[in-house]
Design a binder for this molecule. Sequence first.
Ligand code: F6R
Length: 617
Amino acid sequence: MCGIVAYTGPRDVAPVLLDALRRLEYRGYDSAGLAVLQTEESAPSLTIVRAVGKLDNLAQAISASDLPGQTGIGHTRWATHGRPSEANAHPHRSGPLAIVHNGIIENHLELKQALRAEGVEFQSDTDTEIVAHLLHKHLSPHGPREDALREALRRTLREIRGAYALAVVCEQAPDFVLLAKNSSPLVLGIGRGETLATSDIPALLSYTRDVVFLEDGELAELRPSGVHIETLDGTLVQRRSRRIDWSPVQAEKGGYKHFMLKEIFEQPRAIEDTLRGRLDLESGSLVLNELGLDAETARGISRICFIACGTSYHASLLGRHYVEKYARIPAQTELGSEVRYRDPVFTKGDLVIAVSQSGETLDTLAALEEAKRHGARTIALTNVLESAIARAADSALYTHAGPEIGVASTKAFTTQLVAMLMLSLELGRLRGTLPAPELLALLHALLEAPGSLRTTLEAHEAVLSVARKWHQSQNFLFLGRGLEFPIALEGALKLKEISYAHAEGYAAGEMKHGPIALIDEKMPVIVLIPDDRTYEKTFSNLEEVRARDGRVIAVATEGDERVKGVADDVLYIPKVHEAIAPLITTIPLQLLAYYVADLRGTDVDQPRNLAKTVTVE
Ligand code: F6R
C-alpha cells in the first residue's frame, strides 16, 4: 500500500505535494518522492526528487533544490517489489514522462522481459518502472500531447494486469495530469482554479472539500479548470462531486472512528492483495516463485515448524492444520519466546516458517536464527518488506496487507491465514498429496473469500447489538474445535487486549476438563460452530453450556435454525469452503472485540501497556 498525490493549479506545487504526502504517510513510509513540471524555462522540464526513509528526508532534499512549478505528482512508498532505496522510490521516469503508482502489476516479469529484449534499460527493481517505459514506448510523437498521452495510457493499460492508481505527468503537456484506476483507491479534489488527486480524502481536505471518487476502469485528467473522466474505451463519465464534512482526524481514518475498525473493514481488499498474481487457475497451481520451491525440495521436507508470537501464533496454529491436511507433512507450531529456551531439535530436513506481521518481533527472530544455525531451511511469512525477519530467512512470503496502524492485529491475521493456505496447497501439489480437482476447488474458494468477507462485514449491526447486550460482562469464554480452535484463541486475545475484560479461548472438547466450572448465567460463551465436520460435537458442547444456564453467543452458518433454537444470540456467516471458514468466523469476533471495547470507552487503537512492534524479550 502506498500513497499518491497529483496537483495542478496556481500554487507552488512542491509544498502542496509534501503536505498531502504527510497525510498519506500512514499508507507507507519507507521512501518518498515527487516530480515537478518546471515551466519557467522556454521548454518545460521535469525535476524528480526522491529520498529513502521518512518524509522529513524528502523535505530536506527538496529544500536543497530549487523547484518552481505548479504541476506535479508525489508518492510515499510501502515497498512491495524491490527493497526501500532511492532507485526504487517513485516517481519513475521514462523519456519526457514520470509516473507514480499505488498497487501491484501482476504480469510485471513477462513485460519486463519483453521490454529488455527491445533494449530498455531498467533503473529500479520495481514493477512500476515497466508502466513508465510502456507509456513512453506508446507515446506517439504526433498530434496534441494530451491526446497522445491519453492514447499511450490506454494502450499501456490494456497490456498490464493488476492493481493500480496511476498519475502521469509529461514535459510536453504542462498544467495536465493523467490518472487511471483499477482496484487501488483514487479520489479527485475540485478546487477553485486548481485540481488534485490523492489516494485518500484527508490528503486533499486542506485545498477543497468537493471530491469525486474515480471508479475502476476509468481514466481522469486534471487541469486547473477542472477534471475530465472517461472510461478506458473513451465513454465520457459525468459524476457529481460530493462535499466532505469530516474533521481532519476522522478523515485520516477514512471516516472510521478508529484505525482498528478501518482495518477490519479493509480485509477483503487486503486479502485480494495477498492473492493477487498468485493463483493460476489455468494450470491449477500457485505462483510463489519467491520461495524457490520445486517438487524435489517439497518432497525433501520432513517437518514444518511455525514459529510466532501473539496473533501470528494463532494464525500459525491454523497453518499447522493446513500443512498436515493438504501437504501431509508433520507440522508443529511454537511460541518464539518458548522454543528458543527449550534446547529445541532442528534438523536439515526441517522447514521453519517464522510468522510475523511486523517482521521485527525479537523472540520470533531469535528462534528463527537458532533454527538456521541447525541447518533448517527458513521462510519469513511477514507483512513488511525487508524487515529483520525477512532479511534473516532464506526467502520471504509477503502478505501485502498494507500498514497496520491499530495495535490489535486484524488484517495481518487473515492475510497470514491466506498466505499459509496458499503455501500448504502448493506444497501439496508439488508432493502429489493433493488431487488436482480438490486443489482447483480450493483455489476457487480462495478467490471467493474476499466476497464472503464483504458479506460478513455487511452484518456488522448485528454484532453491535450483541456487544450492546454483553459489553459490561467481566468474563468471556470462547470455544472452537478443529480449525475454529485457533479462532477461539484469537477472539479471546482480541477482546482482552482492547476491552480489558477477561477472556479465555478454549478447545470446545476441553471445556469439560475444567472451564465448565466457570459457567453461570452471567458469563457469555462464544461458540464457533460453522457447518463443518466437527459441527455435531461442537453442538453437544453448546448444549452442555446451556444445560448449566450459560449464555451462548453462537457464530453459525446462515440458515442454521438448530443453533438459533438454543443460543441466546446467533451471528451468521455465509456458507464457505471448510478451509476458508476460519477467515470468516474471525470477522464477527474482531467486530465484537471492537464494539465491546468502544462501548467500554477504552483507547482502542493504543490499548494500555501494549506496543505494535515488540523488540524486547
Ligand atoms: C495482538 C497483536 C500481538 C502480535 C504479536 C506478534 O493483536 O498484535 O499479539 O500479534 O506481538 O507481532 P508480529 O506479528 O509483528 O510478530
